[in-house]
Ligand binder design. Sequence first.
Ligand SMILES: Nc1ncnc2c1ncn2[C@@H]1O[C@H](COP(=O)(O)OP(=O)(O)O)[C@@H](O)[C@H]1O
Ligand SMILES: [Mg+2]
Length: 249
Amino acid sequence: MKNGKIIFKNVSFSYFVNKDKECLKNISLHIPSGSTLGIIGGTGSGKSSLVQLIPRLYDVTEGEITIGGIDVKKYDLFTLRNEVAMVLQKNELFSGTIKENLRWGNKNASDDEIIHACKLAQADSFVETFPNQYDTYIEQGGTNVSGGQKQRLCIARALLKKPKILILDDSTSAVDTKTDAMIRKAFREEIPDTTKIIIAQRISSVEDADHIIVMDQGKINGYGTHEELLKNNEIYKEIYASQTKGDNN
Ligand SMILES: Nc1ncnc2c1ncn2[C@@H]1O[C@H](COP(=O)(O)OP(=O)(O)O)[C@@H](O)[C@H]1O
Ligand SMILES: [Mg+2]
């Protein structure tokens, strides 16, 4: 894979079980390599469906997606999924130590690489407080770490793959706003060549992105920077207002 430039060309998509309902309608989008794209939109607007087409968890019904200038269908699936790392809201840790869990992202990762990835994902600070640190045993389902800690470990695991494209699908929902901002700052500074796609409920999670798209009913309703969308996009303005209500009191 040459780089992490992603292009959607007139992409439409329907789930097989729901053939008559177009879930994504004529999406065209250019995501420069190394940039950060934020995605905002209501539940069911097509955000997850859109990003799942990139590592080919599903295939487009119409149109084309290219990465680094090449149709995603032309890549070997193993290579594609190694270069495109995706973290979901409900990401799972298995029973085993933190190190073992993280090496699942990259079995050859050194201890130093594991610590570095955890620093970027803002996980190192809490792992250090555990008596056994990186050898701490994670219980079945990760019940002995909090939701936000689990999410940060899953981000670290994805970073260990050193992907060309990193997709976070609502995967900092349980992380506090300040830590969330520190994760994005680390991404900007430490993995500038990785293309980052961040789906979020909170505007604060995407406001510093290079571009943001507003999804509505399977279509791109708005595209721009935070400032541009605040001026021009009704849905974005509404979400922003609902999330900042009371801040001036
Ligand atoms: N696996 C699936 N099979 C069939 N329909 C689905 C599936 N996943 C999502 N959908 C439908 O596709 C539409 C978009 O969903 P989704 O992409 O998950 O939206 P979002 O991530 O914005 O909440 C919704 O109508 C949803 O019900
Ligand atoms: Mg979703």
